[in-house]
Design a binder for this molecule. Structure first.
Ligand SMILES: Nc1nc2c(c(=O)[nH]1)N[C@H]1C(S)=C(S)[C@@H](COP(=O)(O)OP(=O)(O)OC[C@H]3O[C@@H](n4cnc5c(N)ncnc54)[C@H](O)[C@@H]3O)O[C@H]1N2
Ligand code: MOO
Length: 459
């Protein structure tokens, strides 16, 4: 069935009909000179004479967004307001704090011994008490001058203690009298209550990424749950009749490489993947899936070009979606697209060629998910290139590289349909139009397991 055949056969609902009526005359959102790419989805094949601006629309349709600008547009997606959730510590890793983390108690919450040894009072030698003090025990009896008590690291300091002597810096005689083998400084090896913070002290601002260390700090400061921004919810729609989910390729059919790859890739970028659906090349199934989805981000694979079964553009148009990015000046992956389906719902259309899809993930999905999850952009960095890389005459290239010492070595097997290069890569190098020579500094995009690997392990 052709795309246009499907177009006529399927029934319209009111919103879709309105979207079509508005087509060509739909309001072009004010991009304030910032995106230069925000526009209604143009018709792939407008009827002759139906629009005066056909030629202009056609030209615009083929105006791809520069790579940096496409990333910036994706990174400006508005977050749902007031979406903070209370999350138990074991589920908070990789999220971003939605509220300041203030200490719920003093840290430490009591004067505590920093070392195993003796707590002593006054000048030595000291009589050592029969019973020692261990961590987690109730408040020990106060010391009197000339008295010592064996004490464990983390145990409560008895009142009137003047110092702690480490076990290796003291010796006892047969009468249990303690002698210091080094000078004793008043207060040594005692961690006073509130040394790190007082109850109410601000510890971390909102927007902090919850790392393993943040979980430890939150627990130490008395938290069972934290207020965090939820993971953006992503749904994956895999398009293509030619895809097999198991076994060897045969008879023109190929294995689906994206269905197995995308969920963990999106998780690594901070998303919660709520569904993976295989829709074949069925325009109506795509339309229904888009209408039904309540995901924050829908990722489609394939069908972005202008072939007879490339349904993404026509269906977005039918649904009245707003194309924010329609093609990007990047290789591979130039047919990638970003659309707003409705308020707080975006679609990233990844090209079907697998490395082109990776390029789309890092160009559009990464900044979008980062913004939705409230995470800050990583600090950009460059590395010198080890060997020369051919460039595209006009477009940016993303080339898989391994990081060797202080250099980025480009990998072979970097064609749009190939995954051999990226499978052993540490990162992608951003190659400017025209190419790059050995020693040239190139921007490096880390792969998400290097950038935010904690999410990969824990979701
Ligand atoms: N006339 C033109 N044709 C094409 C152009 C162009 O500019 N003009 N661009 C080419 C480029 S570049 C790409 S990339 C593709 C993008 O095509 P689609 O997004 O429509 O993707 P498909 O046609 O569905 O598939 C392309 C290719 O990838 C294979 N594929 C698809 N899905 C998967 C999957 N899940 N796992 C593995 N491989 C997949 C599919 O079989 C095709 O071989 O368009 C070019 N054409
Ligand atoms: O996106 Mo295509 O080559 O650039 O595969």
């Amino acid at each position: 069935m052709t795309a246009s055949g499907q177009f006529e056969e399927i029934d319209f609902d009111v919103e879709e009909a309105l979207a079509l009526v508005k087509e060509g005359g739909a309001p072009v959102p004010d991009d304030s000179g910032s995106t230069g790419a925000s526009r209604p989805v143009p018709s792939p094949a407008p009827a002759a004479g139906s629009r005066k601006d056909t030629a202009e629309q056609h030209t615009e349709h083929h105006t791809a967004t520069p790579w940096q600008r496409a990333r910036a547009i994706a990174g400006r997606a508005p977050r749902r307001p007031d979406t903070a959730v209370s999350v138990t510590l074991d589920a908070a890793l990789g999220l971003v704090l939605a509220a300041p983390l203030a200490a719920l108690s003093d840290l430490p919450s009591f004067d505590t011994s920093a070392m195993d040894g003796w707590a002593v009072a006054g000048p030595g030698p000291w009589d050592v008490r029969a019973e020692g003090v261990l961590a987690g025990h109730a408040q020990p009896q106060r010391l009197t001058d000339g008295e010592a008590v064996r004490i464990a690291t983390g145990a409560r300091i008895p009142q009137d203690t003047s110092a702690v002597i480490r076990s290796e810096h003291g010796r006892t005689d047969e009468k249990e009298r303690l002698y210091a083998t080094r000078d004793v400084v008043h207060g040594q090896d005692i961690r006073p209550r509130g040394q790190e913070c007082r109850a109410g002290d601000p510890l971390l601002p909102p927007g902090t990424l919850v790392t393993p260390a943040v979980l430890g700090l939150a627990a130490a400061a008395g938290y069972d749950t934290v207020a965090a921004l939820p993971r953006p919810r992503a749904e994956i729609l895999v398009l293509g009749d030619e895809l097999l989910t198991e076994g060897l390729p045969h008879d023109g059919l190929i294995r689906d490489a994206l269905g197995p790859m995308l969920p963990s890739w999106l998780r690594a970028l901070g998303a919660e993947v709520i569904a993976v659906r295989r829709l074949g090349d069925d325009a109506e199934a795509l339309r229904k899936a888009l209408r039904r989805s309540d995901a924050d981000l829908i990722v489609t694979t394939g069908g972005t070009a202008a072939g007879p079964v490339d349904h993404v553009h026509p269906i977005l148009r039918r649904l009245g979606a707003e194309l924010l990015v329609d093609g990007v000046q990047v290789r591979p992956g130039h047919p990638m697209l970003l659309a707003r389906l409705k308020e707080n719902q975006h679609l990233v259309g990844l090209p079907g060629n697998p490395l082109a899809a990776v390029s789309g993930l890092l160009t559009l999905a990464e900044p979008l998910l980062r913004t939705l999850a409230g995470r800050a952009a990583p600090e950009p960095y460059t590395l010198p290139l080890q060997d020369s890389v051919h460039g595209h005459p006009y477009d940016t290239r993303l080339v898989p590289v391994v990081l060797r010492g202080e250099r980025a070595a480009p990998l072979h097997y970097n064609g749009p349909a190939m995954l051999r290069g990226i499978a052993v890569a540490d990162a992608l190098a951003v190659v400017p139009p025209g190419g790059a020579r050995p020693g040239q500094e190139l921007e490096i995009l880390d792969l998400p397991w290097a950038m935010a690997g904690i999410e990969v392990c824990f979701t």
